[in-house]
Design a protein around this ligand. Structure first.
Ligand code: PRP
Ligand code: URA
Length: 209
C-alpha cells in the first residue's frame, strides 16, 4: 500500500484555515492556494533520491549530494488542479506539466474525462497529480487510470482537502500510489461536497458561479 500522509506543518494548517473561510475573495484564495502548494511540494519531495557528486569548491575537491532519479511532471486535474501548479513550479521549476480535464456530473457525481495532454515521457517521470479536492475519489481514480494507461508508474496524488470516502476509494483503486493531503475532513454531504471543506474549489479559484 502506498503512503497516506496528512501534511500538518503549521504554515500549511494556518493557510488552509484561511481559505476555508467563505468570505475570502478570489484573489486571496488563489494566492493562498499557491502558497500552500509550494509548502506541500516541499514535503512531498522530501524522499527525492540523491547521489554523490564530486565538485571543487574554491578551497578543495569534495564529494557532495545532488538530485538523481526520475524528473518530475506535475499533472493538474482541470480545472481546480490548475490552482496548485504555479506554487509547485516555484519549487521545481524544471518540471513538465501535463493536463487532464475532468468534470463531475453534478447529479450522478460521476467524473467525465474531456481532455488529456501529457509530456511524451511520462513513463520516465515522477508524477505529482494535483487537485485541491478528493471527495468521492471518482475524478482522481479516473485521472490516474488515464495516466497508467499511457505508461505512468510513479505517481503521487496531492490534494488540499480529502474526505475519508475518497481516500478509501482511491487506495482501493490504486493501492500503489502515495496520497498527500493538508487535511482529512469529516465526511461528504448528500450533494457530494466535503464537510467542512472549502466549497467548490474551481469556482472559488476562478470566480465562477
Ligand atoms: C472538483 C474537484 C475534483 C472533483 C472532486 O472538480 O476539483 O476534481 O470535483 O470530486 P470527486 O472526488 O467526487 O470526483 P469539478 O468536477 O467541480 O470540476 P472543476 O474543477 O472544473 O470545477
Ligand atoms: N469538489 C469541490 O470542489 N468541492 C467539494 O467539496 C467536493 C468536490
Amino acid at each position: 500500500m502506498g503512503k497516506f500522509e496528512v501534511l500538518d506543518h503549521p504554515l500549511i494548517q494556518h493557510k488552509l484555515t484561511l481559505i476555508r473561510d467563505k468570505n475570502m475573495g478570489t484573489k486571496d484564495f488563489r494566492e493562498t492556494v499557491n502558497e500552500i502548494s509550494t509548502l506541500m511540494a516541499y514535503e512531498v519531495s522530501r524522499d527525492m533520491p540523491l547521489e554523490d557528486v564530486e565538485i571543487e569548491t574554491p578551497i578543495i575537491k569534495t564529494t557532495r549530494k545532488q538530485l538523481t532519479g526520475k524528473k518530475v511532471a506535475v499533472v493538474p486535474i482541470l480545472r481546480a488542479g490548475l490552482g496548485m501548479v504555479d506554487g509547485i513550479l516555484d519549487l521545481i521549476p524544471a518540471a513538465k506539466v501535463g493536463h487532464i480535464g475532468m468534470y463531475r456530473d453534478e447529479t450522478t457525481l460521476k467524473p467525465h474525462e474531456y481532455f488529456v495532454k501529457l509530456p511524451s515521457d511520462i513513463d520516465q517521470r515522477q508524477l505529482f497529480v494535483v487537485d485541491p479536492m478528493l471527495a468521492t475519489g471518482g475524478s482522481a481514480i479516473m485521472a490516474i487510470d488515464a495516466l497508467k494507461k499511457r505508461g505512468a508508474s510513479s505517481i503521487k496524488f496531492v490534494c488540499l482537502v480529502a474526505a475519508p470516502e475518497g481516500v478509501k476509494a482511491l487506495q482501493e483503486a490504486h493501492p500503489d500510489i502515495d496520497i498527500y493531503t493538508a487535511s482529512l475532513d469529516d465526511s461528504l454531504n448528500e450533494d457530494g461536497y466535503i464537510v467542512p471543506g472549502l466549497g467548490d474549489a474551481g469556482d472559488r479559484l476562478f470566480g465562477t458561479k
